[in-house]
Ligand binder design. Structure first.
Ligand SMILES: *Cc1c(COP(=O)(O)O)cnc(C)c1O
Length: 378
C-alpha cells in the first residue's frame, strides 16, 4: 500500500469538503440555484483578491487568464514591459509576442526578485509602455516579488500593472486595491485548493479603459462579454459548473480562516521548510526573496536531482516538484500552499531526509525535521 502526498506548487491537495461538493449530481447553469452559487463565489473571489473590482471566472487553466489579460488590454503594435525572472515571466513574453505586442523586457537573474527602481527607469525611458506584466510568486524559482513597491512605481506612469498571481493568490498577501494593482490573474489549482481548470482575472477601472480601446480580435476570452454576463450573474458560455461549486466551497473555508491566518500559516510553513534546508546543509535557490508559497532548493553536488524527486514519488508516494527548463535537475521545489499543512511538511521533510540518505548525501538524520519542528513549536 502506498499513500500519496502531494507537495507540488500546482496542483495542490484538495480539501475533502471540496471533493465532496464535486461529487454531487450536476445542476444546470442557467438556473436560480447555480446563479446563487455564482453570486456567492464572485463575492468570495473579491474578498480573496482584496478588490472591489469584478473578478471574472474563465474556464481554462491559469494561462488562459494570462492570455485574456494580454489580448483584452493591448492590441498588436502596442508596447508593454515584461519582468522575466523565471519560466512564468517568460510566459508573459511568449503570449505578448504571439499577439504582436512590442516588448521591453527586464531580465532578472533566476532566483532574484525584480528591482522596482529598474521598472521605474524603464517606464521613464519609454513612455509608450501601456502595461507592465509581472509575477507575484515566480513558481519556477520560488521567488516572491515586491508587488507593493512595484505598484508604487507603476502608479507614477500611465501604464497599468498586471500581476500573475496564479500561484501566489491565497498564499501570500496581495492587496489589489490598496496597493493599486490594476489587473490580477489567478488559477484554481494552487493557493485556492481546487483542481486545475479555472482561471480568474480582475481589472481596475483604469484597465477597463484599455479593454474598451483594444483592437485585438477576441471571442472566447472577450472580457466585455464576460462583464455583460456577470452583471446579470451569469457567464457568457457554459460555466465550469462543478468547479465553480467547488470554488464556492473552498472560498467559504478560506473566509472562515481569514486572510491573516492563511498568510501566517503559509509563512510558518515556509519558515519551517527553509530552516530544515539550512539544517540539512542545503542551499535555498532564492535566499533573498524566498516565497512563502514554495521553497526552491539547490540540489547538492553529487546528487541526481531528477532521481531524488522520482524516488520520493515512485517509492514513497511523496510528490515534490523538480526544476523546470534551465533548472531541470538543479533544484527541487517543496510547495507549502493551499491545503498543505504542518503534518504534510513533516511528512515531506522526513521522506526527503530518507531519500537523501539513501543517495549518499551526508548530514545528521533528523536534523531537518528537528529544525522544522522548532519553527512549528514557536
Ligand atoms: C502554474 C502557474 C502558471 C500556469 O498556470 P496553468 O494553470 O498551468 O496554465 C502561470 N504562472 C504561475 C506563476 C504559475 O505558478
Amino acid at each position: 500500500m502506498k499513500k500519496e502526498y502531494l507537495l507540488t506548487p500546482g496542483p495542490t491537495p484538495l480539501p475533502p469538503q471540496v471533493s465532496l461538493a464535486m461529487a454531487k449530481p450536476i445542476i444546470h447553469h442557467r438556473t436560480p440555484q447555480f446563479q446563487e452559487i455564482l453570486k456567492e463565489a464572485s463575492l468570495g473571489l473579491k474578498w480573496a483578491f482584496q478588490t472591489d473590482n469584478d473578478v471574472f471566472i474563465i474556464s481554462s487553466s491559469g494561462t488562459g487568464a494570462m492570455e485574456a489579460a494580454v489580448i483584452n488590454l493591448l492590441s498588436g503594435g502596442d508596447t508593454a514591459l515584461v519582468v522575466q525572472g523565471g519560466k512564468f515571466g517568460e510566459r508573459w513574453t511568449e503570449i505578448a509576442k504571439a499577439y504582436g505586442i512590442a516588448l521591453e523586457i527586464i531580465n532578472v537573474e533566476w532566483g532574484k526578485a525584480v528591482s522596482p527602481e529598474e521598472i521605474s527607469k524603464k517606464l521613464k525611458s519609454n513612455p509608450q509602455i501601456k502595461a507592465v506584466f509581472t509575477t507575484l510568486c515566480e513558481t519556477s524559482t520560488g521567488v516572491d516579488n515586491d508587488i507593493r513597491a512595484i505598484a508604487a512605481v507603476v502608479k507614477e506612469s500611465s501604464a497599468v500593472l498586471v500581476v500573475d498571481a496564479i500561484s501566489g493568490l491565497g498564499a501570500v498577501d496581495l492587496k489589489t486595491d490598496a496597493w493599486g494593482v490594476d489587473v490580477v490573474v489567478a488559477g484554481s489549482q494552487k493557493g485556492l485548493m481546487l483542481p486545475p481548470g479555472l482561471g480568474f482575472i480582475s481589472l481596475s477601472a483604469r484597465a477597463w479603459k484599455l479593454v474598451e480601446a483594444s483592437k485585438s480580435s477576441r471571442y472566447y476570452l472577450d472580457l466585455r462579454k464576460a462583464k455583460k454576463a456577470l452583471d446579470k450573474n451569469d457567464t457568457p458560455f457554459t460555466s465550469s459548473i462543478t468547479l465553480v461549486i467547488a470554488l464556492n466551497e473552498a472560498l467559504k473555508m478560506m473566509q472562515q480562516d481569514g486572510l491573516e491566518n492563511i498568510f501566517k500559516r503559509h509563512r510558518v510553513m515556509a519558515d519551517a521548510t527553509r530552516a530544515a534546508m539550512q539544517a540539512l546543509g542545503l542551499e535555498l535557490f532564492a535566499p533573498l526573496a524566498a516565497s512563502d508559497g514554495v521553497t526552491a532548493v539547490k540540489v547538492p553536488a553529487g546528487i541526481d536531482g531528477e532521481k531524488l524527486v522520482k524516488t520520493m514519488r515512485d517509492t514513497y508516494g511523496v510528490t515534490i516538484a523538480g526544476g523546470q527548463d534551465e533548472l531541470k535537475g538543479k533544484v527541487f521545489r517543496i510547495a507549502h500552499m493551499g491545503f498543505i499543512a504542518e503534518p504534510d511538511i513533516i511528512m515531506g521533510l522526513s521522506c526527503l531526509e530518507k531519500v537523501l540518505t539513501q543517495m549518499g548525501y551526508k548530514f545528521t538524520l533528523g536534523s531537518g525535521l528537528a529544525a522544522a519542528e522548532k519553527v512549528f513549536l514557536k
